[in-house]
Design a protein around this ligand. Structure first.
Ligand code: ATP
Ligand code: MG
Length: 359
């Protein structure tokens, strides 16, 4: 029988402790308060994600995530919300500020547990040229072993039986790896398991998120769920202005207004009364940023026609059915006014169609 190994803490891990103070101003909180982070230069520093130049933290969403990181009490975390609302970036940004090592894997329906835990692979001995079989750790095993945050991105793509196969790990059971001499990995005290998903784990409500799968109810019982909706107009305006270097405030304010008008008519965005709109495409924060960036570069290049309309097509409406494309461009024209929106080919073409139809 193969010899059983147990993962032991090495003396170097002493420095890997949640004991370095970080000012809460890093999260946009204006107070003298501090929170605990990992000290700079710890031995897993290479796995800490970089901070982005600007990130807008929303207290109501940041707080439950940090509360869970500090005291998970045996729970995993699920961040749910529409596309591009800031789920993946939220956990990465928090990890970056807390200097917490982070590993991410993108789920898909053919992913199996060994993709996460690791498996045997062939290795060539550089001295002799002989081939040998070695065990290669997967991202989940590494995160468990060393105390990283593990993010299973788009977790609702995972086959439900594979997801259920992770339940024991979520409950703190050790991971036994027979392929590696029966190594036993006990979850490090700083190991955290988080998934992000566009659905609430009960399947796709409206056909917008193809490929997602309804997950087992018992699986969800092991998760805290935090919803990440799109930002308020005020927060989004601040975000876009920062990302674009603080320019063109009025234009950006109107872009944010258009994004919110489109969201209000999005089929996946039910109103408090349960009504939904008719649009099957929507503005994520990602799309809005793309629109603002492309518009800026087209304006600087003095492109012919309406630079913002051209950029809107590339950013969003080229993937919309034609009637929805016209509807979104009409919203944009209403907000910007005919003078600023002059030369939009989508609306020009639509008027030609109207003229022909009316003739
Ligand atoms: N709070 C924020 N502050 C700054 N930028 C943000 C914020 N939220 C989202 N963004 C921007 O939007 C982009 C998309 O965010 P993110 O990838 O986190 O979305 P997501 O919710 O994970 O989307 P998906 O469901 O499609 O995976 C980010 O790369 C970032 O540029
Ligand atoms: Mg994501």
């Amino acid at each position: 029988m193969s010899q059983v190994q147990t993962t032991q803490a090495t003396p170097a891990e002493v420095t890997f402790a949640l004991n370095a103070p970080v000012a809460m101003t890093a999260f946009g909180v204006q107070s003298d308060a501090q929170c605990k982070a990992f000290p700079q230069g710890h031995e897993h520093q290479a796995f800490v994600p970089p901070r982005s130049s600007f990130y807008k933290f929303r207290t109501g969403i940041r707080m439950p995530v940090m509360n869970w990181l500090y005291s998970p009490n045996g729970d995993a975390l699920a961040l749910t919300g529409p596309t591009g609302s800031g789920k993946t970036s939220l956990i990465r940004e928090i990890a970056a500020i807390l200097n917490w090592p982070y590993m991410q894997a993108n789920a898909h329906s053919r992913m199996e547990v060994p993709d996460l835990i690791g498996g045997l692979r062939l290795e060539c001995d550089p001295a002799t040229g002989d081939q040998r079989t070695v065990f290669s750790y997967g991202p989940l095993a590494l995160a468990m072993k060393h105390g990283y945050i593990f993010c299973l991105d788009e977790g609702d793509f995972l086959d439900p039986s594979v997801m259920s196969g992770l339940n024991a790990i979520l409950e703190g059971a050790p991971l036994v790896i027979p392929e590696n001499g029966g190594e036993i990995i006990r979850p490090h005290k700083f190991f955290r398991f988080v998934i992000t998903c566009n659905t609430r784990g009960q399947g796709d409500d409206n056909g917008l998120y193809g490929g997602t799968l309804a997950q087992n109810l018992a699986t969800w019982d092991r998760y805290r769920m935090v919803e990440v909706p799109y930002m308020s107009a005020e927060d989004e305006l601040e975000t876009v202005q920062h990302v674009l270097g603080g320019k063109a405030g009025d234009i950006i304010a109107r872009m944010v207004e258009i994004a919110n008008k489109v969201r209000a008519q999005f089929v996946g965005n039910p109103s408090p009364t349960g009504e939904t709109g008719n649009l099957t495409v929507t503005f994520s924060t990602r799309t809005l940023l793309r629109w603002a960036r492309i518009s800026g570069s087209y304006k600087r290049a003095n492109v012919e026609g309406c630079a913002m309309a051209l950029a809107l097509r590339e950013s969003l409406t080229n993937r919309a059915p034609i009637d929805q494309r016209i509807a979104i461009h009409t919203i944009a024209q209403t907000v910007f006014g005919p003078e600023l929106w002059k030369g939009d080919e989508v609306l020009v073409a639509a008027q030609v169609v109207d003229t022909v139809a009316g003739a």
